[in-house]
Design a protein. Structure first.
Length: 201
């Protein structure tokens, strides 16, 4: 059973690696199941034993990335207070960027085109779900009008997706630690304080 499981995992990895390589080379729309099978050195029947079709493969890659991010975010929950702990966020972001670096090819396709909005929405859902208690304690106002938390989450996740896309598609030599510090510097010193969120360093 273990050998069978290892074979399944190995084959799935070969399919994903082939798909990611082909998408970068030809673009998503141009890639066919036969292309993927040829690149992975398997037959079409083997592909269909693991995935229903190309969108199913794409969804698997996206769900894998979201679940990885969810685990990191869950492991470093924000303190239950009205303060944003910068050091906590920086450590969390470093772990997120390390994971992104390890799966760079996946994040290239996940942050491009129309799919980036689907990916952003999934991250937004994770944040809203996992940090609901923390967000509920934040009351942010602008000219005595309360700013919806949903707006803040959408705003921040949009910035994050754009940052990730830049990082994975350029020749930047910025390390995950550097990216975490950069995001904190830009967001912590600007966007969070403008929104009226108390920041503790």
């Amino acid at each position: 059973m273990k050998k069978q499981d290892l074979r399944v995992i190995r084959t799935k990895k070969m399919i994903i690696t082939a798909f990611l390589s082909l998408v970068q080379e030809k673009g998503y729309e141009a890639v066919t199941i036969q292309n993927i099978a040829d690149e992975a050195m398997i037959n079409r029947a083997t592909f269909y034993a693991h995935f229903k079709d190309k969108p199913d493969l794409y969804d698997y890659i996206m769900d894998f990335a979201v679940s990885k991010m969810s685990l990191i975010l869950n492991a470093d929950k924000l303190n239950n207070s009205q303060f944003i702990q910068i050091k906590t966020i920086e450590l969390t972001l470093k772990k997120v960027f390390m994971m992104i670096k390890e799966n760079q090819e996946s994040f290239i396709i996940l942050t491009e085109g129309s799919s980036s909005e689907i990916f952003r929405q999934k991250i937004s859902d994770v944040l809203t779900s996992q940090y609901d208690e923390t967000f509920s304690k934040l009351k942010i106002t602008e000219n005595d009008i309360e700013v919806p938390i949903s707006f803040i989450v959408e705003y921040m996740t949009s910035i994050f997706i754009g940052t990730v896309h830049w990082w994975v598609t350029t020749d930047s030599d910025f390390s995950p630690e550097h990216m975490a510090r950069l995001v904190i510097k830009l967001v912590g010193n600007g966007h969070l304080t403008v929104l009226g969120i108390d920041v503790q360093r």
